[in-house]
Ligand binder design. Structure first.
Ligand code: 13P
Ligand code: SF4
Length: 345
């Protein structure tokens, strides 16, 4: 029963004390997040991994790329577990290392040595290693502006992997014109751009988050007409048109902070993953909160981590099940990319 599973988690936590660390991303289910030792957005979870030098077992409640990052940033004697190996990220899967190397070759032919690669942390360790080896860095939704500015101090143009929307939203907010951005299509291995390529400042990998692409301009218009006083806050993985029409945009921590510190009685439509929106609806009863899309959008892979998987993972720590171990050759360069970000955050 649920009570038995919950009691088992409590028992293992008590038994292992600080030898066990359970980080949880804000998109995790309530049944899991209630047991997290720390919760956060992607940046905070990466920072916590770098800071935690004592836990032997890190049971990561989030998705695969986050657990890889935790492994890269923790010490040799610390082991990272992912309670369900199927907890991937469809966006991270949209940039594969072979495609990226092919793309880089072509881009060098077109632009020479004028490009710096940046990758959203929502990417495989291999992509992070590629970026690290080529002088670039990782970014998260909470430091993307800082990191894009950092990149432009080094090179004339950037290649932004794998989320076109975060890349476009960030560059546009920094004043780069939409005409000066081009899409890189990894399937055709070519640039999608009409006109003079020498003007291109930002090359956006053609990837997206299938959860956040569900928030549409129509959703914004419907919300505005039904609730004229409602504020709209969205994650920057949403399309440019949606972010432009919204009142505010930012990472999961930014959204939580905005809602928690808002006036009692204020009304909010939130454009992000459903577990987080539902948690805010439940915990912030003095505010009127809805999802920007009435057909709520769950992240299916985040939801793969449930209470039974958490218990199973905790019960098999000694069996070396579900260990996330990035190979040393990849980890060393991926760490360069992550550390350049952490130093700027
Ligand atoms: P943040 O928590 O960093 O905003 O990331 C959101 C997300 O989609 C993670 O997969
Ligand atoms: Fe990936 Fe989107 Fe799910 Fe985040 S919400 S883990 S970006 S699919």
């Amino acid at each position: 029963s649920r009570e038995e599973l919950e009691a088992r988690v409590m028992e293992v936590k008590k038994q292992l004390g600080s030898r066990l660390f359970i980080p949880g991303h804000h998109y995790q289910k309530d049944e899991v997040i209630q047991f997290a030792d720390a919760t956060g957005d992607s940046l905070k979870l990466a920072q916590l991994s770098a800071e935690n030098t004592y836990a032997e077992y890190i049971v990561f409640c989030g998705v695969h790329f986050m657990a890889e990052t935790a492994d890269i940033l923790t010490a040799e004697n610390q082991t990272v577990f992912l309670p369900d190996m199927r907890a991937g990220c469809s966006m991270a899967d949209m940039a594969d290392i072979m495609q990226t190397e092919k793309a880089w070759g072509k881009l060098q032919e077109i632009f020479g040595d004028t490009i710096l690669p940046l990758t959203y942390v929502n990417s495989t360790a291999a992509i992070k290693a590629f970026v690290g080896a080529n002088g670039g860095a990782t970014v998260t939704s909470s430091n993307a502006e800082t990191m894009v500015k950092w990149a432009f101090k080094k090179k004339e143009r950037i290649l932004f992997l794998p989320d076109q929307h975060l890349g476009r939203n960030t560059a546009a907010d920094l004043g780069v014109g939409l005409d000066d951005m081009a899409i890189w299509n990894p399937i055709t291995n070519s640039l999608e751009h009409e006109g003079d390529v020498s003007k291109i400042k930002v090359i956006l990998w053609k990837g997206h988050c299938s959860v956040h692409e569900n928030f549409t301009v129509q959703n914004v218009m419907d919300t505005r007409s039904q609730y004229p006083n409602m504020k709209i806050i969205v994650h920057p993985e949403c399309r440019r048109e949606v972010v432009e029409l919204a009142d505010m945009a930012g990472s999961t921590s930014y959204i939580i902070n905005a809602i928690e510190t808002a006036e009692p009685g204020s009304a909010w439509a939130i454009g992000t993953e459903m577990n987080l929106v539902n948690r805010l609806i439940k915990n912030q009863l003095n505010k009127h909160i809805i999802s920007l899309n009435p057909h709520m959008c769950p992240c299916l892979t985040m939801n793969r981590i449930d209470l039974p998987h958490l218990v199973w993972s905790l019960d098999t720590l000694e069996d070396e099940n579900n260990i996330i171990k990035v190979s040393p050759e990849i980890a060393v360069n991926a760490k360069l990319a992550l550390e350049r970000m952490l130093a700027n955050s």
